[in-house]
Design a protein around this ligand. Structure first.
Ligand SMILES: *Cc1c(COP(=O)(O)O)cnc(C)c1O
Length: 497
């Protein structure tokens, strides 16, 4: 990517008295003002930027050009499945027949929308090998909470109130323990073996009559298929617990194997990841939850059901765990997922899974001489490096040492989004790479060459990496402060200091 990609933005464009509009003077305006009580009137003029229209348009357009997305470049963010989002999905979601619906409309008048909703429920059930899905939850984490509430409701119905323990692997995504805690469950951690999969021997002593269930991600956050699932699932069921499948990594499994067949009772799917909806910057998402036969009654209200006459209605059940969302969830995301599912079809969905695995293995194999690969062998759709190899990174603790953060920052200079870094927590210099199936070999090769070049730079000019990025509009913001003390004012506050 050429350097001009990152234009410098000037934020202070205000000139006193400058406007982008002209309003006619009307007597009524002053009149109204007189009627406004003194206490409600502003004493000083509002401090707003005074700019003309072209300046404003340019400012926002340039700012949008500095926004990185899947539509501007390669985005190998592990765990997030940043695949290309086909534009036909957007067109479908924007159809006025969908976008102008009102959630309070009577079911009789929105049969088409409900049919689509019902179809997605059914397709997901087939893909997952489960009995029924609800599309109500707004995100993966929300799906986790909903799924765990189903598990709780099931135990409560059986009089098993003491089942409050949930087993979560040490490699789990942070939302797993967080959702479990919100659900009022006690989290018990199970360890991973050096090969990255769950240690069954560590699991056994944790199993007793207080176990509500176990959460698993498969392939796990290291991109490794949990090959001992049948045994784990047998053990957890034997002690009366249920199996929860975090389906955020469903992509490589598409059309190849199904959580339901592996013994899972409840799962969520991240529609915005696996079924391609734009989700940079945290949303909007959709986290449908599926259950095996026998657990349907606990799914949240409302449920979309099909009557014997072929009509669609909303059903509210007393047995349900209650409601988890307003109305039916993020409907526009469901439309996008539907468009994606229909455009790929059963015959091509499987290709997505296989190509995502091929692409990840291709990058891994071509870079493993430069970056530490703590877990070798075949990965699924993503894999984890543990930083640069020592010969490139320099000695740990020495001033020359080049960290994973330095490599990630340097990638920005070359126009690539950085991989997920410092997660999973199992490795100190973790760098989690997920290319997805939608990238061409040329893009993968360009990324590989850049990663090699960065390794060489690390060895020869470590300072260049310590101070990277050099081409971006801002350099290294304090990322903790940026989150905790976000400041969105248009004024350059540092200038007055
Ligand atoms: C993304 C992700 C989640 C959370 O999903 P959100 O939709 O971001 O709430 C949970 N688990 C794993 C493994 C994930 O990658």
């Amino acid at each position: 990517m050429n350097k001009s990609y990152y234009g410098k933005l000037i934020f202070e464009q205000s000139k006193p008295g400058r406007t982008g509009y002209a309003l006619p003077h009307r007597e009524a305006d002053t009149h109204t003002l007189d009627e406004l009580p003194e206490s409600l009137r502003r004493q000083n003029k509002a401090q707003l930027p005074e700019v003309d229209e072209p300046t404003t348009v340019r400012h926002y357009t340039n700012m949008s050009n500095n926004n990185f997305g899947v539509d501007t470049g390669f985005y190998p963010l592990g765990s997030c499945t940043m695949k290309y989002n086909p534009k036909i999905n957007e067109e479908m979601a924007a159809l006025p027949q969908f976008s102008r619906l009102h959630p309070q409309q009577d079911a009789e008048f929105v049969q088409g929308a409900l049919a689509l909703y019902y179809d997605v429920q059914s397709i997901l059930s087939q893909i997952a090998g489960l009995s029924e899905f609800t599309l109500n939850p707004f995100a993966g984490a929300h799906g986790e909470l909903t799924g765990l509430m189903v598990i709780r409701a099931y135990h409560m119905k059986n009089g098993q109130h003491q089942r409050t323990k949930i087993i979560v692997p040490d490699s789990a995504h942070g939302t797993n323990p967080a959702s479990a805690a919100v659900c009022g469950l006690h989290i018990v951690e199970v360890k991973s073996k050096p090969d990255g999969t769950i240690d069954v021997e560590d699991l056994k002593p944790l199993l007793d009559d207080e176990v509500a269930g176990m959460m698993m991600t498969n392939p796990n956050t290291l991109g490794i298929f949990e090959h001992e699932i049948p045994e784990i699932s047998r053990l957890v069921h034997e002690c009366g617990g249920l199996m929860y499948y975090d389906g955020a990594n469903l992509n490589p499994m598409l059309g190849i194997c199904r959580p339901g067949d592996m013994g899972f009772d409840v799962m969520h799917i991240n529609l915005h990841k696996t079924f391609s909806t734009p989700h940079g910057g945290g949303g909007p998402g959709s986290g449908p939850v599926g259950v095996r036969r026998g657990l349907e009654e606990f799914l949240p209200n409302p449920r979309v059901v099909k009557t014997a006459e072929g009509r669609y209605t909303l059903e509210h059940s007393d047995k349900a765990l209650g409601s988890v969302s307003t109305f039916l969830g993020n409907f526009a995301i469901i439309v996008r997922a539907y468009a994606y599912l229909l455009s790929l079809g059963k015959e091509h969905l499987e290709m997505a899974g296989k190509l995502s695995v091929l692409n990840a293995n291709y990058i891994k194999e071509r870079l493993k001489d430069y970056y530490k690969l703590p877990i070798g062998g075949l990965c699924k759709h993503e894999f984890v490096f543990d930083g640069l190899k020592d010969e490139y990174a320099g000695e740990h603790g020495s001033p020359q040492h080049v960290s994973t953060l330095d490599v990630a920052k340097r990638l920005l200079d070359y126009g690539f989004h950085a991989p997920t870094i410092y997660f999973p927590l199992l490795f100190h210099e973790a760098m989690m790479i997920e290319p997805t199936e939608t990238e061409s070999k040329e893009t993968l090769d360009a990324f590989i060459e850049t990663m090699k070049k960065i390794a060489q730079e690390a060895k020869e000019q470590p300072e260049l990496l310590h101070t990277a990025p050099h081409q971006t509009p801002i350099r290294r913001p304090d990322d903790v402060r940026a989150v905790k003390d976000a400041n969105f004012t248009y004024k350059d506050l540092t200038a007055s200091k």
